[in-house]
Design a protein around this ligand. Sequence first.
Ligand code: C2E
Ligand code: MG
Ligand code: MG
Ligand code: MG
Length: 295
Amino acid sequence: YRAKENKDSFQFYASEMNASVEEKLVLLEGMRSALESCTDSQDCGGAACQFHLLYQPKIDLRSGRLFGVEALIRWNHPEHGLISPLRFIGLAEESGMIVALGEWVVRSACAQGQAWRAAGLPALSISVNVSARQFEEKRLVERVAQALRDTGLPPEALEVEVTESSIMRDLGRSVDKMRELKAMGISLSIDDFGTGYSSLSALKSFPISRLKIDKSFVSDLADSADDQAIAMAVISLGHKLNLRVIAEGVETEQQRAFLSANDCDEMQGYLFSPPVPAERIAAMLAQQPGAGELP
Ligand code: C2E
Ligand code: MG
Ligand code: MG
Ligand code: MG
């Protein structure tokens, strides 16, 4: 995995992937045509569209309110059924297709966000994942701006999730790019925090508003003193840097209680809801009038 992120070790990576090269080529070709049908179809999201987005609620731990959602891509393959992003995002990165695919994700999420607003539902923050290659793309900022203009979603409603590893590939340029996004009104968060390689001095320079505690530190929170120490340290670090802290992968009441007791701001996880179709979000919001004021 690390080799994939280091351009110098391409040779190592290339031989590692030989075993399933054919499978990868087939998957890649499938991805290409799936994306084509998605961006071509008049009604994206219709039957012809193999890609779709699910949305996972983010909950404010103090008020219990749903204040935002994270858009997560799904691929419904005509033969293989539902394919996890863990299987195809890496391949989309290697092949460069992530740029076009990611643009589709951003546009679709913005369009959905605007549709919820147009339906009169309470304001929601919508976050999208941007992976390393996508983040390095010269035109990222321009493409995001264009998606906002075309859909009418206010930039304040959009959040971009990046990982530490993506940022650290070219720290200087990453920080510039984050500043440009922030200047547009978009907020930024660090995804999977604690699993990457950023230094604390780098963290200090990131124009972000939120840290996401990786779910690997949350899953054993009830039993592992180490994970408890890590979670508490991230929460206090985040607060001292004036950031909000959200825990991902919260599955149990015990985990929620620990996070609450330790002043974590927000949570996301199966305990409240798995990622769901847009209509389910609308229903949840409708049952919760006044929910979702942007923090
Ligand atoms: P992530 O951004 O860290 O997203 C969190 C993952 O945890 C999601 O997996 C979500 O479904 C899962 N999850 C949420 N709550 C729980 C829980 O309580 N327990 C457990 N065990 N898992 C939970 P998913 O949707 O399979 O996505 C996996 C990864 O794929 C994401 O990790 C993200 O890195 C990437 N990804 C997903 N959608 C996109 C996308 O549109 N663009 C890009 N570039 N990457 C994406
Ligand atoms: Mg994420
Ligand atoms: Mg995450
Ligand atoms: Mg994660």
